[in-house]
Ligand binder design. Structure first.
Ligand code: DOR
Ligand code: ZN
Length: 343
């Protein structure tokens, strides 16, 4: 097969940032995807419906003329989330989902939730109104090894939460471990998961062998090879619980290439090409459309997109850097050649 046309896909987990960076990166996503779940970890974070509406409008004004793209907004949960505002934001169509960052887990998560069981009133409200919860699934305790933080989160937080609120729709985001795959496989239909391109392509060696490579660093951090293989199997399995979410997270080159480099991989420019390479390698081209374009909207209860995107088997070389309004950003696969190109 040298050409594949799929229903227009969506990105179910994405960071656009704000201002000049946002204006520079929105077109890359809008070129490929019809919708994207936009993360709220700005400074300050998007914690109210009014802030969500303002951010949505700024994103919409950065979409190139003639391109159809809808940002789906998320509300950043804190210990003090106003459940009434959250529900009203959902009813008004501002917020599609709520986002749970355990405090301190990642970039701009300092105002996140210190203990999930302290915001049960807000989570119960989500379950009542059918509003999905997007979860950054890592514990943050200093005594837990960074490579174990996802697996420990399942035991300490996610499993008890799902047991307590079986009606709640939960997206276990950017999963990185075989433990997460096992949890999702065994859970009920209310539990889905997104998988990033980087966690399908690289293991932790990419970050640490032959020198420390900050552009392969994101959170949750890539794990050992057995986990990557479990993720590839899950993504290409045909299970409706897994769907595309890039976690594209642009940071200025110098913020990554630093003594304390930021977490995040900017994969938006060649996201579909990157995912398709994996499905091709796994002999699962026939399952790509479900992962990219069907499982996500079905899980969220949203309509499937109209229109198609076509990819052709032809070499495409990813540039070493991308200019984001004067700021250099190093994309995922920088300098590599991928085997499929969006037509
Ligand atoms: O690597 C990451 N970068 N993981 C996250 O959870 C946040 C993101 C960011 O905002 O940079
Ligand atoms: Zn993210």
């Amino acid at each position: 097969m040298n050409e594949i046309a799929i229903r227009r896909p969506d990105d179910w987990h994405l960071h656009f940032r704000d201002d000049a960076m946002m204006r520079a990166v929105v077109p890359y996503t809008a070129r490929q995807f019809a919708r994207a779940i936009v993360m709220p970890n700005l400074t300050p974070p998007v914690t109210t419906a009014a802030m969500g509406a303002g951010y949505r409008d700024r994103i919409q004004s950065a979409v190139p003329a003639g391109v159809e793209f809808t940002p789906l907004m998320t509300c950043y949960l804190t210990d003090n989330t106003d459940a009434g505002d959250l529900a009203q934001g959902h009813a008004d169509g501002v917020f599609t989902a709520a986002k749970l960052y355990p405090a301190g887990a990642t970039t701009n998560s300092d105002s996140g939730v210190t203990d999930v069981f302290k915001i049960m009133h807000a989570l119960e409200r989500l379950a009542e109104i059918g509003m999905p919860l997007c979860v950054h699934g890592e514990v943050t305790s200093a005594d837990i090894d960074v490579f174990d933080r996802e697996a420990v989160f399942i035991d300490r937080v996610l499993a008890p939460l799902v047991e307590r609120l079986p009606e709640l729709k939960v997206i276990f985001e950017h999963i990185t471990t075989s433990e997460a795959v096992a949890f999702v496989d065994e859970a009920g239909p209310n539990i889905g998961a997104t998988i990033t391109p980087q966690h399908l392509h690289i293991n932790r060696n990419a970050m640490l062998v032959g020198g420390i490579r900050p552009h392969a660093y994101c959170l949750p951090v890539a794990k050992r090879e057995t986990h990557r293989l479990a993720l590839r199997k899950a993504a290409t399995s045909g299970s409706a619980k897994y769907f595309l979410g890039t976690d594209s997270a642009p940071h200025a080159r110098e913020a990554k290439e630093s003594a304390c480099g930021c977490a995040g991989i900017f994969n938006a420019p060649f996201a579909l090409e990157s995912y398709l390479a994996v499905f091709d390698e796994e002999g699962a081209l026939d399952r790509f459309e479900a992962f990219a374009s069907e499982n996500g909207p079905r899980f969220y209860g949203l309509p499937l997109n109209q229109g198609t995107v076509t990819l052709r088997r032809e070499p495409v070389t990813v540039p070493e850097t991308i200019d984001a309004s004067g700021t250099a950003v190093v994309p995922f696969h920088a300098g590599e050649t991928l085997g499929w190109a969006v037509v």
